[in-house]
Design a protein around this ligand. Structure first.
Ligand SMILES: Cc1cc2nc3c(=O)[nH]c(=O)nc-3n(C[C@H](O)[C@H](O)[C@H](O)COP(=O)(O)OP(=O)(O)OC[C@H]3O[C@@H](n4cnc5c(N)ncnc54)[C@H](O)[C@@H]3O)c2cc1C
Ligand SMILES: NC(=O)c1ccc[n+]([C@@H]2O[C@H](COP(=O)([O-])OP(=O)(O)OC[C@H]3O[C@@H](n4cnc5c(N)ncnc54)[C@H](OP(=O)(O)O)[C@@H]3O)[C@@H](O)[C@H]2O)c1
Length: 576
């Protein structure tokens, strides 16, 4: 029965994965078809793609795909106080998947020989079942924890979603391992009393390692409790890795020291350790490759900007391909160099050899086309809001110098994600809350240049950026200046800036019809309904910012599904 349920769990996960893969392939093929047919058409000719082609799709999006668990709340954190962050609620689809996995684990735990009158035999059955199921969950849980998880791009499922699954599978695995231990202890106490339990733990390799593994996993679960995790993230992360390593090693020794010979679960635990090691090695190799070349190491220029943030420009010593919507983990030599934190790549440019810029011949005086030149380095920019930990230290390091800027050696790990392409949408509406602008701004040069080159279907982009204060607009100024100067920018891009707490009313002035500024928060449902009223081709609405803003945009997207046009929703969030 243990093997049957193991197979059932593998199959359930495999089938969900396969279904997602089929959906992903259909989705990709549909987007490619839309791109190929729409990229040469003006906006008003993209009517076919504007209208939904399957009448049930809008209600599916509204009721399941984009639905929060209940009414509206999904990514707005549940806080007991400013320090106690209880986390967020899963979406309806996430909740269904989690419920399926949890319910099948509970059901498999309860299908036992309840008629057996020997309760110790029943305990032995529970022990075998719980131990087996616990190790089964460890395999996907370790795959889902990886930044390099290939399923992210393959299935178009975000790291955030895998992280949610990782947390729940972890909880299930720990509860099962505790049941495994208790069901062993009940029989042991009956056989030899508590002294027998103690003796076995201290002198029997099989039991001793098993017990340490259970203890490590239990502590790991307690430390991963949301308020602790959020309040002491770095401490949580480091102890989490150490405790997970202890748990894996102990489980492996436990599996190979049984008196009956190696337990059948031994290959799984070896696979878990191999996967973990492979992921760590991939990360280290990638880190070394991206940040070091014959041209030297990565250097970062960190500027403190008004509104308690840092604008960081990293000069990578080799050319790295960056796509819009990607993020990277960064670390700085002078600021807690053992910590690496994720940040969205706001802007990137490639550097070329200076002799490549010279004209090719006497007659031809124009420099070679950049597409034929070989880039020798990449400049990647970030915007980092100062919180209380590493980000605050970085901000203070920049403030300390007279120029409020500092150069230091740094390292970038990535880039990661970026699997949401907007190229096939005729109309994109991008919402950003404060530092969330980093994610959205990265799409702008790509879409405007694509419009000019005729390689994207996008004909209209509306960027809505909500900030507290006028001075915060300085954060994105150097990148915005370049974007606003791009040819045909006015034909494609409209910018709406909302300053929620302006110091004076005179600060809120619109500079042109395509760049408008308003005081206060936007009325998101009204704003989106207006965009849908003027919709050009298929629409993609994306949001990156505080959880409350993301929930409001999600709600507005669900409401406009009633219009019967194609409005897709992408949320860039992280809730770990
Ligand atoms: C994919 C992604 C992209 C992001 N992009 C940006 C961006 O462009 N600009 C920006 O300002 N912020 C961005 N963030 C948020 C940023 O990573 C955190 O604000 C930063 O790590 C906080 O560091 P701290 O030590 O100052 O945090 P603290 O003040 O100690 O904690 C503040 C919050 O950040 C969380 N946090 C702390 N360390 C990490 C970590 N290593 N990984 C994830 N969360 C952490 C904590 O749980 C806590 O909720 C992004 C986060 C993710 C996941
Ligand atoms: N790739 C990513 O995942 C990524 C990238 C960058 C940033 N981020 C995250 O984005 C978040 C940005 O937070 P922050 O602390 O910098 O922002 P913030 O200062 O808390 O808020 C930004 C602005 O959004 C407004 N706002 C908040 N909720 C709103 C709502 N429901 N409707 C309309 N406006 C709303 C605020 O208005 P009020 O003044 O009225 O409150 C404020 O002006 C952070 O959590 C950051 O880590 C994520």
């Amino acid at each position: 029965m243990n093997y049957l349920f193991t197979d059932l769990l593998w199959w359930s996960l495999g089938i969900v994965g396969l279904v997602l893969l089929v959906i992903r392939i259909v989705e990709l093929a549909w987007a490619k078809l839309r791109l190929l047919t729409a990229m040469s058409l003006p906006g008003e000719k993209q009517e076919f793609w504007r209208r939904t082609q399957w009448h049930r799709m809008p209600s599916l999006k509204r009721g399941l795909l984009y639905a929060p668990l209940w009414k509206k709340r999904h990514n707005r954190e549940i806080r007991l106080s400013s320090a106690a962050n209880m986390g967020t609620l899963p979406s309806r689809l996430h909740a269904l998947i989690l419920f399926g996995y949890l319910a099948s684990n509970i059901a498999y735990m309860f299908i036992l020989d309840w008629k057996n009158e020997n309760k110790y035999a029943l305990c032995a059955e529970i022990r075998g079942r719980s131990g087996t199921l616990s190790v089964v969950s460890m395999v996907p849980l370790i795959i889902f924890a990886g930044r390099n998880n290939p399923l992210i791009g393959l299935l178009n499922v975000s790291f955030d979603t895998y992280n949610l699954l990782h947390r729940w599978m972890g909880r299930i695995s720990v509860v099962e391992v505790i049941i495994h231990f208790i069901s062993w202890a009940i029989v042991q106490v009956a056989d030899d009393g508590w002294a027998g339990v103690q003796h076995k733990i201290l002198h029997d390799r099989f039991i001793g390692y098993g017990t340490v593994g259970v203890a490590a996993m239990t502590i790991l679960m307690i430390l991963a409790f949301s308020p602790i995790r959020h309040a002491f993230y770095e401490t949580f992360l480091n102890t989490h890795i150490i405790l997970a390593l202890i748990a894996f090693i102990c489980t492996w020794v436990h599996c190979i020291s049984a008196s009956v010979g190696h337990l059948p679960q031994t290959p799984w635990i070896l696979a878990i350790m191999a996967l973990w090691l492979a992921e760590r090695t991939a990360r280290m190799l990638r880190l070394a490759y991206v940040n070091w070349s014959g041209r030297g190491f990565t250097e970062a220029f960190v500027e403190a900007v008004p509104g308690e943030a840092c604008r960081v420009t990293m000069h990578l010593p080799r050319s790295v391909t960056v796509k819009p919507g990607q993020h990277a983990y960064v670390r700085f030599a002078g600021v807690n160099c053992w910590e690496s934190h994720p940040f969205s790549i706001a802007f990137y440019e490639h550097a070329y050899r200076s002799d490549d810029l010279l004209p090719v011949s006497e007659k031809d005086r124009s420099p070679p086309d950049h597409r034929t030149r070989k880039s020798v380095g990449t400049t990647v920019s970030f915007l980092i809001g100062a919180h209380t930990g590493f980000t605050r230290k970085l901000y203070k390091a920049a403030l300390r110098s007279q120029s409020h800027s500092v150069s230091m050696r740094a390292a970038l790990e990535g880039p990661y994600a970026g699997h949401h392409s907007m190229d096939s949408y005729g109309h994109c509406v991008l919402f950003a809350g404060a530092t969330g602008i980093t994610h959205q701004i990265s799409y702008l040069p790509h879409l405007i240049e694509g419009f000019n080159a005729g390689t994207v279907a996008t004909r209209r982009v509306t960027l809505v950026w909500i900030v507290r204060d006028y001075e915060v607009l300085e954060w994105a100024r150097p990148w915005m200046d370049k974007i606003l100067r791009l040819p045909n920018r006015k034909a494609v891009l409209q910018i709406r800036l909302f300053v929620t707490r302006p110091k004076t009313a005179s600060q809120v002035v619109s500079s042109s019809t395509t760049v408008q500024m308003f005081p206060g928060r936007p009325n998101i449902p009204m704003l989106l309904a207006k965009e849908v009223g003027e919709q050009t081709g298929a629409m993609c609405v994306s949001v990156c910012g505080p959880g409350g803003l993301a929930d409001d945009v999600r709600d507005a997207v669900r409401k406009v599904q009633a219009h019967g046009t194609v409005v897709d929703f992408v949320e860039e969030s992280f809730t770990w």
